[in-house]
Design a binder for this molecule. Sequence first.
Ligand SMILES: [Zn+2]
Length: 452
Amino acid sequence: MTQTDSLYDFDLLLLDAIALTADALQPEIRDCAIGIKDGRITWRDTKPPEKYTAARTLRLPGHFITPGFVNTHTHSVLSMVRGVAADLGFAPSYTPGIPKGTQVTPPQARALARLGALEALLFGSTVLGDHFVHADVTTQAMAELGLRLCPSWRIHDVDFSKVAQGQWQHATAIGQSTLEAALQLHERWAAHPRVQVNLAAHAVDTCSNDFLKEIAEISRVKDLVVSTHLGQSRTEVDRVLERTGRTSTEVLEDAGLLNQRLMGGHCIYLTSSDIAKMANAGAHAVHIPKCNASSGRLAPTHLLKAAGVNIALATDTQHGDMVELMRWALMTARVQEGGVNDNWQPRHVFHMATLGGARALGMHNNIGSIEVGKAADLVVFDGNRPHLRPHVNPLGNLVHTGQGRDVRMVMVDGYILVEHGLPTQVDMDSVCAEAETVARELWGHEGRHYWR
Ligand SMILES: [Zn+2]
């Protein structure tokens, strides 16, 4: 039998939409037909097969269907500092006077992680590379939303309670306890189909050289992706230079961490030699343009891209809208390049937000584009809204005028997690209310009562 003679049996058939596939072979399909069976894409064409059955058919004229966005670097618990941290000029963990991870209890972490993850999901992120404290609790909390997760325990051997006061005190016991927790997390979730536990070596200034070597060896033996903050701040760079006489990238290389399993978050303070090293090693840059710009900084992403470094995108501690983030990535790169050229077009930032992220996480064979055989991680945007019309170039519309708030449906492995813009697995109002209560408790401890 030829393919067209076969009888196709779909759980879900999506018809009449505009598919933006992130597949270079066929990036846009008008009046598309996408068939899903057992959580996977089994049909992608301009029309359905001649013979098929479908348990459910959705006609979506004027809607855009994209792959789920791969949000490679988040700390969902830090939804607690929303509205404040972005105006303090530095990463929350280094900033005095605001709640810290070390103060958050497991129940508080659960409530805050659910809010952060729910927001990202509603805006079309289907994967979160989330790392912070209490990852055992937060992984469970976020998994309940149905998301695909790459969680990590925050690994460091510095005493984090003193870092905001400018003291970096390393202790073997702290390192061993965070590493042990990270490995337990990996063991506990090893069999889960939608959870891939990574290692998160927090940063070079918060991990000693010997500790980084230990993490590198575990990553190599267990083949685990390592996420880190790399060249995030002058403070980090100065501290690392003072301690080692090297750049953060050089220390990672010395430790055996600069390789295809490494995802460097931020990548702001990199020398041209660091960039060449990243490109040669096949390490991935996680670009966090909005967070960087909020603190008055830009990563040299145009140079990283020109050097051939794979770039992924992430929202980090700020709101989880990957659509808006694509715009930030595109605009900041054009400012750096001093104009519009073919290096930075909507298709490039769309790739970073989907396949580029999937590749950084080692998941590009399974997710990141709409292709037959891949997981049905899909997002449906309401492209009929006035700001997304006319449909001359739908991807241009999405990147330049779209918002996460245009998302109507999100699915992961074919499970519909967002429908009509609302979550199907949790009650949105109670998630918001619980996080509100917890934020009040934590900010109350800081003596900063924003609610007065
Ligand atoms: Zn971060």
